[in-house]
Design a protein around this ligand. Sequence first.
Ligand code: PLP
Length: 408
Amino acid sequence: MIRANDNYQKLQASYLFSDIAQRVALFQKNNPDTRIIRLGIGDVTRGLPPAVIKAFHEGVDEMADDATFRGYGPEQGYAFLREKIAAHDYQARGADISADEIFVSDGAKCDTGNFQELFAKDIKIAIPDPVYPVYLDTNVMAGRTGVFENGRYQNIVYMDCLRKNDFLPEMPKEPVDLIYLCFPNNPTGTCATKSELAAWVDYARQNQALILFDAAYEAFIRDDSLPKTIYEIDGAHEVAVEFRSFSKTAGFTGTRCGFTVVPKTCSVFTGEGEKISVHALWNRRQSTKFNGVSYPVQKAAEAVYSREGQAQVKELVSSYLQNADIICRTVEDLGYDYAGGKNSPYIWVDGQGRDSWEFFDLLLNQASVVCTPGGGFGRCGNAYIRISAFNSRKNVELAMKSIKEALK
Ligand SMILES: *Cc1c(COP(=O)(O)O)cnc(C)c1O
C-alpha cells in the first residue's frame, strides 16, 4: 500500500488567497459596475526593462543556431552571471563574496523552501510571526513540527514581530539552530539596521546556529545606512546564507531567476561535532536535483547589471517606492499606525482594533480596494492588513482617494 507523507496532513490549508478571491468575486457580482483596485498580491505589474528584453531575445536567437546553441548548463549557473552578481551586489559593497559562492536558481521561493533539506530533522528552528509562509510550510512537510494548535505548530520557536519591538523578530530565549530572517520584510515592510543584524550574527556565532537571510526586496533599500546584504556584517560569512531574486528587483516573477549565496566558510556539524561545509552540501544537492536556469533567462538576468539595465531597474523600483510613499501619506493622514513603506513595497497597517478580515471587508466594500489580511501571515498579523505598492500610479492614487473617503 502506497502511504502518504503524513506531515502533509499537518499543513493548514492556506485559504488566504482563495478566500480573498471569493470575497472579491462576490463583491464584483453584487457591484458589477464598480472597478476594483488590487493592492493585495505580492506580484509586480510593470513590464521587463528594455535592456533585459534585448538580452533575452539575443539569448533565444543563440539557441536557434547550431554554432551558438547551449545544452545543459552548469547546475550552479553560468560564470558570466555569477561573476556579475559577485562584483556588483557584493564586492562593490565591501562584502567578500566570490562568484563560486553564488548558486543561480529559478527563484528564491524554491531555494528558501529547499534549503532546510541540508539539516537534521530534530534541529530547533526560529521563524518570525508574521512570515512569508514558505519557510514554515516546508519545515512542516519535512516533519520538523508537531501538530497545529492555537494558530501555531508545536516545535517551532516563533519570533513575534509587534509594534512594541518595532516589528523586528524577538530574539529566542532558548537556543535555536536555524533562524529565518527577511529584510526588507514581507509582510511588515520593516528593515533591519546594521547593529540589529550584527546582534543576530553574534547570536548565531555564539549558538553555532545558521541564519537563512531572505533579501528578496534588497533593491528597495534606498537609505544608504541600511545593510543591503547580511555580508556587510562582520562574521556573517561564517553563519549566514543569503537568498536573492530578480523577481521584485527587475520584474522576473514570471521569468524566474534568483540566486543563493553560500559562503565557503559556513559550517554545519555532524553528531560527533565535526564541521561540514554548507557550500559542499548545497552544491551536492543542486547538482543532484537541479539542472540550472535556462540560458536566455540567465542572459536576461545578466543584463540587469549593464549600465542601461541598472538605470532601468532603478527607475522601475523607484516607481513602486513612490507608490509606497503615496500609500504611507494617506494612511498617516487618516491617523492609522503603520510600518514599512520606506525602503520596501509593503505597508503594514494597524486596524485600530479591527480584526484583519474585518478591515479587509471594510476596504473592499467601502473603497473597492483589495489588500491582504495580516492574519494570513501568522497569529501576530491578526490586527493588521498589508497594502502592496505593486500597481500603476493611477490605480494607487484612485485607491487612496477611495480609502480616504471610506475611512475619514
Ligand atoms: C517574492 C518573494 C520571494 C521571491 O520569490 P521568487 O521565487 O524569486 O519569485 C522570496 N521571498 C519573499 C519573502 C518574497 O516575498
